[in-house]
Design a protein around this ligand. Structure first.
Ligand SMILES: Nc1ncnc2c1ncn2[C@@H]1O[C@H](COP(=O)(O)OP(=O)(O)OP(=O)(O)O)[C@@H](O)[C@H]1O
Ligand SMILES: [Mg+2]
Length: 254
């Protein structure tokens, strides 16, 4: 799954001026290199092992620390990220009062994902464990096996225990809502990894607090997307029942 862009691992100390980095497009600009050096100096990682994904706003890389342990680096692109839709998730969130320049916005967004991941993990939601953040670069647990990333739920094999995955997922969405006061707001089979048979929720930058004026609308959309995916594979409760389960007061151990 990792795209092999050439030879061996790339040492972070040799990133600058490397012609072959051009294959990664415009992600490695000076401010990003600075952030990467910072994280390397903090011993968060030492080498790049390849590119996991190129998204609309960020590139995700597989990296390795000095002990050979894998981690994932999510690098939000400062120049070419598509941030037009970001405002609706930030405005209305009392944690983020002011948005300045575009670059500031990207860094704010990165720290928003960091804080959301932290909050979700504290609430017991299965998300990639946080390692560190600097500027527009987020370091987190690599979800995968032997350097191969776990598949997105949309690519899960047909013999997956759908009922079990669905129950885990709904318990996590409820925990996120009840304990972390967060709604993911971009939940779908693209932002859930299936790791060792269990769902791991990723891509939490846009998650909003439940006090956000559009939180209920976003939650309904999340439920709708997840339900649509699972309903093609199993019988699922109605949208209303799921909404009630997630937001309702009754405690059933989750
Ligand atoms: N911690 C991780 N471990 C393993 N793989 C990961 C991890 N984080 C992200 N990925 C992989 O990278 C892909 C993109 O990650 P993510 O959804 O966070 O970024 P994105 O840039 O928002 O994507 P897009 O812009 O397309 O929505 C994921 O679908 C997943 O395959
Ligand atoms: Mg994504």
């Amino acid at each position: 799954m990792i795209e092999d862009k050439g030879e061996e691992a790339i040492d972070v100390k040799r990133l600058k001026g490397r012609e072959d980095l051009k294959v990664y497009g415009d992600v490695f600009e000076p401010q990003t290199l600075k952030a990467l050096y910072k994280l390397a100096n903090r011993r968060v990682f030492e080498r790049f092992r390849g590119e996991i994904s190129v998204g609309k706003e960020a590139n995700v890389f597989l990296a390795e620390d000095e002990d050979g342990a894998y981690l994932a680096l999510k690098i939000y692109r400062l120049g070419t990220a598509d941030f037009r839709n970001f405002r609706i998730y930030i405005e209305g969130d009392p944690r983020f009062a002011y948005i300045g320049s575009r670059r500031k916005m990207v860094k704010l967004w990165t720290s928003k994902e960091y804080r959301n991941l932290l909050r979700l993990a504290e609430a017991g939601v299965r998300v990639p464990a946080l390692i560190d953040v600097f500027g527009n670069v987020l370091a987190m647990e690599f979800i995968g096996t032997d350097g191969t990333p776990s598949r997105e739920l949309r690519l899960a094999p047909s013999d997956t225990d759908w009922g079990d995955v669905f129950d885990h997922l709904m318990a996590d969405v409820r925990r996120a809502y009840q304990k972390a006061d967060l709604v993911h707001a971009d939940l779908s089979e693209y932002n859930i990894l299936l790791h060792e048979g269990s769902p791991v929720i990723i891509d939490c930058g846009q998650a909003v607090l439940t006090v956000h004026p559009r939180a209920e609308e976003f939650l309904r959309r999340d439920v709708h997307n997840v339900r649509a995916f699972f309903s093609r594979r199993m019988e699922v409760p109605s949208e209303e029942d799921l909404m009630a389960h997630i937001t309702g007061g009754e405690s059933n151990g989750s």
